[in-house]
Design a protein around this ligand. Structure first.
Ligand SMILES: C[S@@+](CC[C@H](N)C(=O)[O-])C[C@H]1O[C@@H](n2cnc3c(N)ncnc32)[C@H](O)[C@@H]1O
Length: 235
């Protein structure tokens, strides 16, 4: 089975490579799940959160770069009233996550998209529509000439603040100290955001949280994770 061109046009990123990485191969079983679920819970280019059938009054939290979906499943299981918007540009990750969300019985409380987070925030989310953001172990892009590819940038931070309700949160984790500092410095300087650990601070790891694939990879390599938590101030 192959996803048809029409299906890909609607639900998948057109670029089959993202910053040089292949972005396409999924198993037949995963394709079947994508075909079953994306028409119901996908967020294709023409749709916005407003016309995606989200029940009114539900808290809406977005995870950006969910990888294989472990944390998305964990968050859905621990917050039964939340609607989770999962944004991940790597198609095999989306395919794995859709399977995990279905198996965990939480998929109907999610909306999933393979579009880049920057596009989703700019075109598919209204101002003050989200209650929170989660970003775990974003790509570090360690070379200085690649820093512009990092997900947290000044303009991205401003876009996130625009989409957050007053009182909403941004929760981040990284096992790369230099990237954690990069994100902290940008977010500490972003108007309307308050670092709950105080400027320059990190919060402790929440004991209950699961280890994502990339947190575990960091631990195996001897690295410690850093956790950040911001609140959008009420105006
Ligand atoms: C290092 S992985 C971390 C995955 C997972 N959060 C974890 O902790 O195991 C970073 C993920 O962010 C995704 N990503 C990178 N840029 C993105 C963007 N602009 N929009 C959405 N996802 C993005 C990548 O495809 C990748 O799966």
């Amino acid at each position: 089975m192959r996803l048809s061109k029409e299906f890909r046009d609607q639900y998948c990123q057109q670029e089959m490579r993202t910053h040089g990485r292949k972005n396409g191969f999924v198993t037949d079983g995963q394709e079947a799940r994508l075909l079953k679920w994306l028409p119901k819970i996908g967020l294709p280019k023409g749709k916005t959160l407003n016309n995606s059938g989200i029940p009114e009054g539900s808290p809406i939290v977005m995870e950006i770069g969910f990888g294989n979906g472990d944390f998305l499943v964990y968050t859905a299981q621990n917050n039964p009233d939340w609607i989770l918007i999962g944004v991940e540009i790597y198609l095999p990750g989306v395919a794995k996550a859709v399977g995990r969300l279905e198996d965990a019985g939480v998929i109907e409380r999610t909306r999933i998209t393979q579009l880049p987070a920057q596009f989703v925030l700019e075109h598919q989310v209204e101002p003050e529509q989200l209650d929170g953001f989660i970003i775990n172990h974003p790509d570090p892009w360690p070379k200085a000439r690649h820093h512009k590819r990092r997900i947290i940038q000044k303009d991205m931070a401003a876009m996130m603040v625009r989409c957050l309700k007053p009182g909403g949160f941004i929760q981040l984790a990284s096992d790369i100290e230099e990237l954690a500092k990069w994100m902290r410095d940008i977010l500490d300087d972003t108007p309307s955001l308050r670092n709950i650990a105080g400027k320059g601070g990190y919060i402790a790891r929440d004991d209950g949280r699961i280890f994502t694939k990339f947190e575990q990879r960091g631990i195996n390599a001897g690295r410690k994770s850093h956790f950040l938590h911001y609140i959008k101030e009420e105006s």
